[in-house]
Ligand binder design. Structure first.
Ligand code: BV8
Ligand code: ZN
Length: 244
């Protein structure tokens, strides 16, 4: 295991800060056994490109295929548990008067770990809504694929597909948190999906100290004053322990 020395300057900044924001991506759920988005296509789905499946066009072209992909991901996520990274972020929130957790993930694991008021930029797999806009439904008949809304339209996962706008309130809250943060964490994201990937740039431009938690370098790495190169489930608990 690589030793993870934590720079005293980082610990000092985190002890002095009052406003902290965190952006998470699929990497924060990796240690729960949820494949990251890029490799979410194991086995059956290996032949599909997520950027092609996670689109309104794909759903209109083959609603049953796209519904089944999400039903399988929903079942997989329901079967796993939040990991130490999710729980460390719950603990981190208690340390700061002004703490915002923004996630790109649709797996709902931050909520299941106990995080409150999570900004879900891309929606949530567990929620299902009418394709034609009647809103979220809390029950559906799985015998049909895809199941139908009372209005007759197909039901779809309540997630943001490529080409769809993010929920206005969510992206506004996330951008405001990025502008205000004294310390901005980018955890487990490849920084390739927009407009979420703008958030660390907005934070840095507003003067935040950016910290990246990721085993690998990403396009966001140049923005980071500190890069903690390890799995979030190891790094975040270590960071909290070092803060005391
Ligand atoms: C939109 C839900 C416009 C679905 C997802 C510029 C500006 C605006 C838009 C664009 C733009 N340029 C291009 C676009 C279009 C597009 C886009 O960004 N394309 C990319 C591919 C170039 N953006 C959009 O379409 C967005 N919509 O802009 O609409 C609009 C405006 C008005 C009116 C109409 C239209 C919508 C984007 C949202 C798409 N939906 N998810 C679903 O999940 O099925 S995004 C999806 O991919 C995931 O939710 C996730 O957010 C993203 C994957 O990213 P990551 O989370 O980073 O995951 P990834 O696997 O890539 O990386 C994992 C990382 O973890 C790695 O770095 C790895 O090293 C690390 N890791 C691994 N293990 C660990 C770890 N880290 C820590 N610990 C570990 N143990
Ligand atoms: Zn409807």
């Amino acid at each position: 295991m690589q030793t993870l020395e934590l720079d005293p300057a980082l610990l000092d900044a985190l002890r002095r800060a009052t406003r902290v924001a965190v952006l998470t991506g699929a990497g924060v759920s990796a240690e729960s056994g949820v494949p990251t988005f890029r490799d979410a296509l194991t086995g059956l789905w290996a032949t599909f490109d997520p950027q092609r499946l996670a689109t309104p066009e794909a759903f209109l072209r083959d609603p049953a295929l796209v519904w089944r992909w999400y039903a399988e991901r929903r079942a997989r996520v329901a079967a796993v548990q939040p990991n130490a990274a999710h729980f460390a972020l719950v603990a981190m929130a208690t340390r700061y008067a002004d703490f915002t957790l923004v996630t790109q993930n649709v797996d709902g694991l931050h909520l299941r770990a106990g995080s409150r008021d999570v900004v879900e930029l891309h929606g949530n797999l567990a929620r299902v809504k009418c394709f034609d806009g009647c809103g979220v439904v809390d029950a559906w008949d799985e015998r049909e694929t895809p199941p139908r809304c009372r209005c007759g339209a197909p039901l779809r996962p309540d997630v943001v597909w490529f080409g769809e706008p993010l929920p206005a309130e969510a992206i506004a809250r996330a951008q405001q948190a990025a502008r205000r943060a004294e310390v901005f964490f980018s955890v487990g994201t490849s920084g390739e999906v927009f407009p979420a990937a703008e958030l660390p740039r907005i934070a840095r431009a507003a003067g935040a100290l950016v910290v990246e938690v990721n085993p690998d370098a990403t396009p966001l790495s140049p923005l980071a004053r500190f890069a903690l190169r390890g799995p979030a489930g190891v790094v975040l608990p270590r960071l909290l322990a070092a803060l005391g």
